[in-house]
Write a protein that binds this ligand. Structure first.
Ligand code: FES
Length: 118
């Protein structure tokens, strides 16, 4: 299902912005003219990755709480303490509007247990 997020111009270059879409927390990340979408909840604990520091050259974002680094393309953690990936969503830009493609199973995993690695 395609979900409208925002206007393309709402997201500045090399920024991450949180959007709440129904029950889904998503971080839209713009690196240059490329857009990515990942779940905006660290897989280690409930902190917003969109508050973290982007590293445009590496296409990564660092969790602001404990410093796990995630690949914004794959959602995979590159450093501890996170060991599980965050979800990634396909981004579609059409007529200067940003959409993501989500399935019905994409609700934020509120009830899932978090990694306990520290
Ligand atoms: S909450 Fe993100 S690394 Fe701990």
């Amino acid at each position: 299902m395609r979900v409208r997020i925002c206007e393309r111009s709402d997201i500045g270059p090399d920024t991450a912005t949180r959007f709440d879409v129904d029950d889904l927390r998503v971080a839209i990340i713009r690196l240059g003219d490329d857009f990515y979408a990942i779940g905006d909840e660290c897989s280690h604990a409930d902190f917003s990755l969109s508050d973290g520091e982007l590293e445009p050259d590496d296409c990564t974002i660092e969790c602001p709480k404990h410093g796990a680094v995630f690949d914004v393309v794959t959602g995979e953690p590159e450093t501890l303490p996170a060991v599980r990936p965050v979800p990634v969503y396909t981004v579609i830009i059409e007529d200067d509007v940003v959409y993501i493609e989500r399935s019905d199973d994409d609700a934020s995993p509120e009830s899932e247990s978090k990694d306990t690695t520290s």
